[in-house]
Design a protein around this ligand. Sequence first.
Ligand SMILES: Nc1nc2c(ncn2[C@@H]2O[C@H](COP(=O)(O)OP(=O)(O)OP(=O)(O)O)[C@@H](O)[C@H]2O)c(=O)[nH]1
Ligand SMILES: [Mg+2]
Length: 361
Amino acid sequence: MPRCGIVGLPLCGKSTVFNVITRAGAEVKPYASGKTEPNRALVSVPDARFDRLVEIFEPRKATPATVEFVDLAGLSRDASKGAGLGNSFLSFASESDALLHVVRVFANPDVPHPEDTVDPLRDWRIVEMELIYRDLSVIENRLYRLSSKKKNTPEESAEVELLRKLQDHLIEESPLREYPLTDEQKKPLAGFAFLTLKPELVVLNLDEGQDVAPQAEPLEAELREKGLSSVRLFGSLEMDLAQLDIREQAEFMKDLAIEELGRDRLIHEAYRLLGLISFFTSGKDEVRAWTLRRGDSATNAAGVIHSDLARGFIRAQVVTYEDFINAGATLAACRDKGVLRLEGKDYLIKDGDMIEIRFNV
Ligand SMILES: Nc1nc2c(ncn2[C@@H]2O[C@H](COP(=O)(O)OP(=O)(O)OP(=O)(O)O)[C@@H](O)[C@H]2O)c(=O)[nH]1
Ligand SMILES: [Mg+2]
């Protein structure tokens, strides 16, 4: 199950953003809680194609794709040195596949700011620095252990050489994502779960009607330059909207002249950032969206459904969602139009493929 960890300074609105995404109702308050156990929730990925397939097949069961979101305790300055809830927080963050970094842009005088003033660019840098220091300490521990061995294997010597380079890079206060790593080099590094190698999406948490330009633009400019994505979100407002039913929500959005919820954009962007795609299986029993990594093959897809399907894989019957709809939304019509394909083991699954696995065990 892909997992997205929510990070940021204390009181920047992490639990608010978590509630917006998950509609879970986690506690949100204007003082630090000292809570270390993170809030977790599974979120269905909104997907209009999936909704349409459910309408067409009217299955007994409909199962959308899901991502787990984890709301962590606030990360203070010097957390990597053990300040605040520092290290326990950082170890939770390392279990995530991607980070959602929340930055406070809202003013709200009732909520104290750990750095006293609202300054999104500064705050983003403080947290980035903590992530960098955390990665540095992971490398230092590993180098220490390797150097205390009598003799290193050739693999270990190669590891030491690479880790030293990464260490220098981090000491320059640069995140590992900016270090040119080959795929070959990345593989053995996976076990370290480096925080600054994880994909990161920045959420600017602001108030509706707030003139954000002077506050948010320096950070947005910096993120553009670094190639990181960001999303603007009215945290408190969307959390309130998330409590309403669909019709009330639509009315409020009209009154406030809001065209699109940040929530859906945020979940889509997180899914894309995680490098994930969806494929569908559909029938009268169940319509289901399954999750794969971009670049996964037909046997990977079979294995996600059931290990037997991967073991006894013969062929995958594939039609793209668009072809299926354009052909008239039945498999027979797809067959007539010649858009139904039989693919082998190595076929790379595309986002939106509708699949049936032929197998024999
Ligand atoms: N005005 C305004 N207030 C907000 C917004 N987002 C959060 N707040 C307020 O800020 C306070 C902290 O919000 P939380 O979501 O609990 O922040 P947090 O980052 O989870 O806090 P910790 O977990 O204690 O670090 C609460 O009083 C929220 O109501 C926002 O977009 N606008
Ligand atoms: Mg919180």
